[in-house]
Structures are given as structure tokens and as C-alpha cells.
Design a protein around this ligand. Structure first.
Ligand code: SAH
Length: 222
């Protein structure tokens, strides 16, 4: 029987492959690295035991502390838009369950992820250890400040919604570099892509989304 990286039989392997084939490929996710990562990361381990059977369904799910894990398609879309090839140093703001960080870690060289809620971070860190993700570094902090000592980053992914793009994140984006962040009010946002190249920053819109709030000095004030 096929075993996952944890040495356990993986009863969700087929659900995961079906998620990729029915939710991602038909909607334009075509980056092989992203599809492979989504096919590998055991999403059911990142949600509550009680929600395990919905882990590969086409919608977001609640995690602890009133937060949410994004719909698989949104995770795949944001990852694909970063255009990762494998050598990158990536910053994620909003570790949450750790699922998005694991998807990034499957592709990139190193992932730095920041979470402001200690219970979420503790659970995610445990899971990274258990699954053998040695290239994920975590920090408990207000991520709107970024991670100055590790900057610049080739890619920055913010998985909570902000009224503005936090200035420290723009400053910590490398050249070349790409950042994806949901920007808007607390009910609806636009997924914004910031591309930094040859000293010039350009922004484009990837469509409407809804994320939980980015709470911090350069996001929503608590
Ligand atoms: N990427 C996550 C989902 C994140 S939900 C996953 O794959 O599961 C958004 C997360 O952002 C929540 O866990 C919330 O606590 C966190 N968050 C909100 N404001 C933050 C801030 N200023 N710094 C770090 N994390 C923050």
C-alpha cells in the first residue's frame, strides 16, 4: 500500500488526486510544481479531526481561533501566481493551519511563516515536524512588520486581508520579487499581485476573494 511521508497508509490519496483533477486543472491551474504539491500535502491533517472528511472539498474550512483555511483552488491560485521554480526564499504572513506553508515548502527552497496566534502556530509547527518539513521556519509575531532580519524575499504571500499593503512588506520584497495579498474591506477584497522588477513595482488584480482580517500595526488595528 502507498504510504505518505509519515509512513502511514494515506486513505485520502484518491480524494486528493480527485481534488486536483476536478477543482484545480479545469480552473486553469497548470503549473506542474503546484499540481504536484497539492497532490502531495495531506490537507486532512491540517484541519480538525471532525472535518477530515471535508478536507478535499471545494470550499474553505474553519480552523481554531475563528480562522479559516482557504479553499484548495485559492491556495493553488496564489501559489501558482508566485511563479516559484524551487530556489526561492518565501515569506508567508498568516500561518493558520500551516497548510499553505506546506504547499509552498514543497516547491520553494525555504519558507518563513509568521502567525500572531500562539495556539495556531504551536499546532502548525508540530505538524511541520511530524511531516518532515525542515525548510519551514516559524515566528510568533505581528506579521505586518514582515521578517526584516531575513529580507529580501523572492516571494511574499499574505493569507489574511488588509486595508492596505503593509509598507514593511513592500520594503522586504526582493528584485525580482512577487507579492500576493488580499486588499479591501473586511467583507470583500481584491487579490492583488505586486511585481518588483528592475526597480519598478507594478500591481495587478487577480479577482475577488474573502479572507479573515490581517490584524496588526500595518493592517487592521485591533
Ligand atoms: N494560511 C493559512 C490560513 C490563514 S487564515 C492556512 O493555510 O491555514 C489567516 C491567519 O492570519 C490566521 O491564522 C490569523 O491569526 C493570521 N493573522 C492575522 N493577522 C496576522 C498578523 N498581523 N500577523 C500574523 N498572522 C496574522
Amino acid at each position: 500500500m502507498w504510504k505518505n511521508c509519515n509512513g502511514q497508509p494515506d486513505e485520502f490519496r484518491i480524494s486528493r488526486a480527485r481534488m486536483v483533477e476536478t477543482q484545480l486543472v479545469p480552473r486553469g491551474i497548470n503549473d506542474r510544481l503546484v499540481l504536484e504539491a497539492m497532490n502531495r500535502v495531506p490537507r486532512h491533517l491540517f484541519v480538525d479531526e471532525a472535518l477530515k472528511n471535508q478536507a478535499y472539498s471545494d470550499h474553505p474550512l474553519p480552523i481554531a481561533e475563528g480562522q479559516t483555511i482557504s479553499q484548495p483552488y485559492i491556495v493553488a491560485l496564489m501559489t501558482q501566481e508566485l511563479g516559484l521554480k524551487g530556489h526561492e526564499k518565501v515569506l508567508e504572513i498568516g500561518t493558520g493551519s500551516g497548510y499553505q506553508a506546506a504547499v509552498l515548502a514543497e516547491i520553494a527552497d525555504r519558507v518563513y511563516t509568521v502567525e500572531r496566534k500562539s495556539a495556531l502556530l504551536a499546532r502548525a509547527r508540530k505538524l511541520f515536524d511530524r511531516l518532515g518539513y525542515k525548510n519551514i521556519v516559524v515566528k510568533l509575531d505581528d506579521g505586518t512588520w514582515g521578517w526584516p532580519s531575513e529580507a529580501p524575499f523572492d516571494a511574499i504571500l499574505v493569507t489574511a486581508a488588509s486595508p492596505v499593503i503593509p509598507a514593511p512588506l513592500t520594503e522586504q520584497l526582493g528584485d525580482p520579487g512577487v507579492m500576493i495579498i488580499p486588499v479591501g474591506d473586511e467583507f470583500s477584497q481584491t487579490l492583488v499581485k505586486v511585481t518588483n522588477k528592475d526597480g519598478r513595482m507594478e500591481t495587478s488584480s487577480l479577482g475577488g476573494v474573502r479572507f479573515v482580517k490581517l490584524i496588526g500595526e500595518h493592517g487592521w488595528k485591533n
